[in-house]
Design a protein around this ligand. Structure first.
Ligand code: SF4
Length: 366
């Protein structure tokens, strides 16, 4: 596969003129030579390809609720939307079917977003969310060494009140942030998988050991760490593979350092399969049995999902004995919650558990 690497090397920066001289542009121009871009909107993104990094205006709010789905429990994260697209190239990435472009987009007016965020965090406790993330439509840290955005975010949350920022990544690009004062209010979260899925289906990501080593470095600087097993994929030897990753987590991290661990079985929009099989005919992750879920996405049948979650939850408890980390399922049904954990917290209960964990790690009570 040719194209930009997982850290954004080899990209062509295209900058709308109104953003020349902004902090974001100055940071990016340390690496890339900017070419001018006429003003464009989301409908135009599809004209650009995987080598393009577009800096353009975002219209509307930078702060969005997670796009939850009816019938499934959601963790109620709030998204700080700074851009979209990703060059890591995971062979299951839902963005491929969703965005309609392979270009990377960063919002040149992100300073307006930071202001909106600061104002949101200044609201009274009951009127603002407790947990924010940036990695819903891209990888939080993919280009961060070049864009410098996360530093501003870490500082805003460190100075702010009871709210936590989660930076989610499959990279190990964290070292430029480790010197920052964070007040326990930035969580570095690493998406992990079995060793063979990491090596075969996430080729542009940091190797699994590098992600866990980065988690270790973050923990040593006092940052809470999150882990996301998403997507859990059926593949030959999956039980042993996931057990091995859990064992490695226990080697690299102490349970007290881990804020939460999410589990989510592979799910995809039906249109993704043909795109991915055309690009990666050797992948077998779309083989096997899928059903159409209540959200229109393809999912493994419920008994299989339940089996996977039980296996992972058991291995994680063994790897991190006594940990207060919240182990939860991302977008799962009340029935699966009952079968795996013996209770259904519903969206409100799940969000409350995670809020409490976040704020306790930030040294504050909820
Ligand atoms: S790292 Fe995340 S956003 Fe990037 S390709 Fe993989 S799944 Fe998609």
């Amino acid at each position: 596969m040719s194209g930009p690497s997982g850290d954004g090397g080899g990209l062509r920066l295209r900058l709308e003129r109104e953003f020349a001289g902004t902090e974001l542009a100055r940071n990016l121009e340390r690496t890339f030579e900017a070419e001018p871009l006429e003003p464009i909107g989301p409908a135009d993104y599809g004209r650009y390809g995987r080598r393009d990094l577009l800096v353009t205006r975002h219209k509307g709010s930078f702060i969005k609720p997670c796009p939850a789905t009816l019938n499934y429990n959601c963790c109620n994260l709030t998204i700080f939307h700074f851009g979209l697209g990703c060059t890591i190239g995971c062979r299951y990435c839902i963005l491929e079917a969703y965005l309609g472009t392979e270009a990377l987009v960063l919002f040149g007016n992100v300073e307006e977003g930071l202001l909106e965020l600061t104002e949101t965090l200044a609201k009274p406790s009951g009127a603002r969310p407790k947990r924010f993330c940036t990695g819903e439509f891209t990888d939080s840290l993919l280009l961060d060494k070049r864009s410098g955005l996360a530093e501003s975010l870490v500082r805003i949350f460190a100075e702010g009140r009871e709210a936590v920022l989660e930076l989610k990544t499959k990279t190990d690009h964290i070292d430029h942030l480790l010197h920052l004062e964070h007040g326990g209010r930035t969580v570095f979260s690493f998406s992990v998988n079995s060793p063979s899925i990491c090596a075969g289906e996430e080729k542009g990501a940091a190797p699994l050991k590098a992600r866990l080593a980065a988690a270790r470095r973050a923990a040593e600087k006092g940052f809470p760490v999150g882990l996301h097993f998403d997507p859990l994929i059926i593949h030959p030897g999956w039980e042993d593979g996931y057990a091995e990753t859990c064992r490695m987590i226990g080697e690299y991290l102490d349970g007290a350092e881990v804020a939460w661990i999410s589990l989510g079985c592979f799910r995809y929009l039906p249109s993704l399969k043909s795109v991915m099989l055309a690009r990666h005919p050797d992948t077998s992750i779309y083989d096997g049995e899928f059903i159409v879920g209540g959200d229109g996405k393809m999912r493994y049948p419920r008994p299989l999902r339940t089996r996977m979650y039980r296996h992972l939850a058991g291995e994680l408890r063994r790897a991190l004995p006594g940990s207060q980390a919240v182990i939860y399922m991302c977008m799962e049904s009340p029935r699966v919650w009952l079968d795996v954990f013996g209770r259904d917290p519903a969206t409100e209960g799940l969000a409350a558990m995670l809020d409490e964990r976040a704020l306790s790690l930030a040294g504050r009570s909820s």
